[in-house]
Design a protein around this ligand. Structure first.
Ligand code: NAD
Length: 268
């Protein structure tokens, strides 16, 4: 399927839209991933902590982008390579397209050596691209200052109610792609009156409207869905456009307390 690709700062290109697999049980993951690929998704997001890598790997097709993540307990110079090795074993693969540090865990003080380990894993070809998740500005600055290697991606909570404007400005300076987790606000964003009104105007579903906002912002959303109907509805964000006025109304939903997930300063 022809679909928008996003350029990474390491010279590779990544599908802009992805399929998230958090809370998809290992026994259902193979079928869910197969269905998502049939629907048209060309990027699948998992993590060792999702405990579904084996099922995800089973459902994968060659040529579809696969992302996994190093869990908090596996941070460290010696631990991270072992964790990737175990992930690859479960996934049944020789490499992943993208490997992320799942959370910074600042109190552990291990994200810098973990990043150095990821650089080595990339050089060995075990992860084609490397990045981070839930990193805050000062932590990104530190990685760059200490290693000279800029993460290709920072996967963070992002949706119209929580837009991460400050962080995204830093990403822009470093050409880091913002990959949006909980792009639908874990489903909560669908209830928003503005979203519903725009959905009626555009003759689209609220989910497609929310995801279209990400696409037009140059963000890389990874919505999760269990049913094929939802997967299709979400995928349809690639086939219409919102006008500038509609985008502005969604931009206006940004809020200080719009976060639905944990705060990365104290989650580990
Ligand atoms: P989401 O915003 O994708 O929302 C998912 C929820 O919305 C589910 O309950 C689903 O049933 C519902 N939904 C999906 N499509 C719908 C539709 N068309 N209509 C109505 N309801 C619909 O939230 P999420 O699952 O938290 O995030 C997506 C993905 O992001 C995860 O699966 C995971 O891969 C990733 N993620 C990463 C982190 C991280 O720390 N890096 C954290 C959370 C999630």
């Amino acid at each position: 399927t022809d679909q928008p690709m996003i350029e990474l700062n390491d010279g590779r290109t990544m599908p802009q839209l992805g399929f998230g697999t958090y809370k998809i049980d290992n026994r259902e993951a193979a079928n869910a991933v197969r269905t998502a690929i049939e629907v048209g998704y060309r990027l699948v997001d998992t993590a060792s902590i999702y405990r579904n890598e084996q099922g995800v790997g089973e459902g994968m097709t060659e040529g579809v982008w696969l992302t996994t993540k190093v869990w908090n307990d596996d941070q460290g110079r010696r631990e991270a390579p072992r964790a990737l090795e175990a992930s690859l074993e479960r996934l049944g693969r020789s490499h992943v397209d993208l490997l992320l540090i799942h959370w910074p865990c600042p109190d552990k003080r291990r994200y810098l050596e973990t990043w150095q380990a990821l650089i080595a894993l990339r050089d060995e070809g075990l992860a084609r691209s490397i990045g981070v998740s839930n990193f805050m500005p000062e932590q990104i600055e530190e990685l760059v200052r200490e290693t000279g290697v800029v993460p290709a991606v920072n996967q963070v909570e992002c949706h119209p109610r929580f837009q991460q404007r400050e962080l995204r400005a830093l990403h822009e300076r470093y050409c880091i792609v913002t990959q949006s987790w909980s792009p639908l606000g874990q489903g909560g964003g669908l209830e928003e009156e503005t979203v519903q009104a725009i959905a009626r105007e555009a003759d689209q579903s609220p989910a497609a409207v929310l995801l279209r906002w990400h696409v037009q912002k140059g963000l890389a959303p990874i919505p999760k869905a269990s049913s094929q109907a939802h997967m299709e509805e979400n995928f349809s964000c690639l086939s219409f456009t919102l006008d500038a006025g509609q985008m502005a109304r969604l931009d206006a939903l940004d809020s200080e307390d719009g976060r639905v997930g944990p705060h990365p300063a104290n989650f580990c």
